[in-house]
Design a binder for this molecule. Structure first.
Ligand code: FES
Ligand SMILES: [Fe+2]
Length: 350
């Protein structure tokens, strides 16, 4: 069993953000879950600013620890991401207040001898590194990290694709990842085929973590350039696992035992802005340059982006009456029902 993330001792609640794009009820629910906010390699001693659910965060490393905190100095509201790390503490650039990795303020240079109130602190969030990504949660209350065994498997090569930003909602993006009827229409330049649009019946199961879907079809996963490798009549098996709210994995079974595992891990920056992280593992072509994987995935996600950024309403309607459904949409329907069960509203944002 993998070790589960633990909460830091100094847990504090984060107020509902000003100009928040989620309604307060939805924001409160979403803030309990874990999300990826950066690639591990992006976080160094130099603090960086990221946004999760309209909350500005700062990420940095001290010698021994990775820190995710609210990007706000409580003295005068300066973003701590403008500061720097020194002796395992982050220093605010405005008046030099220092905070340790637990968020405690340890120094007020203007009054070196004064007692520092314990209330004067930086809000620190629970944080964990997994699948090449930094995950955090504003409360850490819900355990929704996905399982992705191939990440630890020496038979597989592990690749983290470059981050992908979308001007659209996380729910629409996620649903697009789970949608099997669009391959033939949207992915015509990468792996889809307009002459193979039929969606056979498939199986969707509710699980303790979310959903498990098994889809078997003749839709090849080879790129157009590699299409000749496909075997006539080969049945392609795709297994989706959904970890609500916004993470899913897809395992694609290639001819001759090849496996490609793709994680669609979504950071809802706001209700209209989404950052997609894509860890990938494969047990074939391991000697080929990873740039080929980056490039192919970028093309696939670019094709999806055009749809996701233009759908209306921008949010995923959880009221099933609001859109028309076909047989092929079983996964989407089950996904919308799960989000509804989490307590999100009918059209779950603003
Ligand atoms: S605003 Fe950070 S020390 Fe004053
Ligand atoms: Fe797609």
């Amino acid at each position: 069993m993998e070790q589960q993330p633990t909460l830091t001792k100094l847990k504090r609640s984060t107020p509902y953000p000003r100009n928040c794009t989620f309604n307060p009820e939805d924001w409160t629910i979403l803030s309990q879950y874990w999300y990826p906010v950066a690639q591990c390699s992006e976080v160094t001693e130099k603090p960086i600013a990221v946004t999760l659910l309209d909350v500005n965060l700062v990420l940095y490393r001290t010698k021994g620890q990775l820190v995710a905190a609210r990007d706000l100095c409580v003295h005068r509201g300066t973003p701590l991401s403008m500061g720097w790390v020194e002796d395992d503490e982050i220093v605010c650039p405005y008046h030099g207040f220092r905070y340790n990795t637990e968020g405690k303020c340890t120094s007020i240079p203007a009054h070196p001898d004064a007692n520092i109130s314990p209330r004067l602190c930086m809000t620190v969030y629970p944080v964990i590194e997994r699948f090449g990504l930094v995950w955090t949660s504003l409360t850490g209350d819900m355990e929704n990290l996905p399982s992705f065994d191939a990440w630890e498997d020496p038979e597989f090569q592990q690749i983290v694709c470059p981050n992908f930003d979308i001007k659209g909602s996380a729910g629409r993006q996620m649903e697009g990842f789970l949608d099997v009827a669009h391959f033939a229409w949207v992915h015509t330049e990468t792996f889809g085929d307009r002459n193979n649009a039929f969606v056979p019946k498939y199986k969707v199961e509710n699980t303790d973590y979310g959903l498990n879907v098994e889809y078997i079809s003749t839709v090849s996963n080879y790129s157009k350039e590699q299409a000749h490798l496909n075997l006539e009549g080969f049945k392609w098996r795709r297994v989706f696992d959904v970890y609500p709210p916004f993470t899913a994995t897809l395992k694609v079974y290639f001819p001759e035992g090849g496996q490609l595992w793709i994680m669609n891990a979504v950071c809802p920056i706001s209700a209209r802005q989404t950052r997609l992280f894509v860890p990938i593992a494969r047990n074939f072509d391991k000697d080929l340059p990873v740039e080929g994987v980056y490039e192919f995935n970028l093309r696939v996600f670019d094709e999806d982006r055009e749809m996701v950024e233009n759908q209306k309403p921008e949010d995923l309607p959880l009221d099933l009456q609001m859109e028309a459904h076909i047989m092929a949409d079983q996964t989407s329907i089950a996904y919308r029902k799960l989000l509804k069960k989490m307590g999100l509203s009918f059209v779950y944002t603003s």
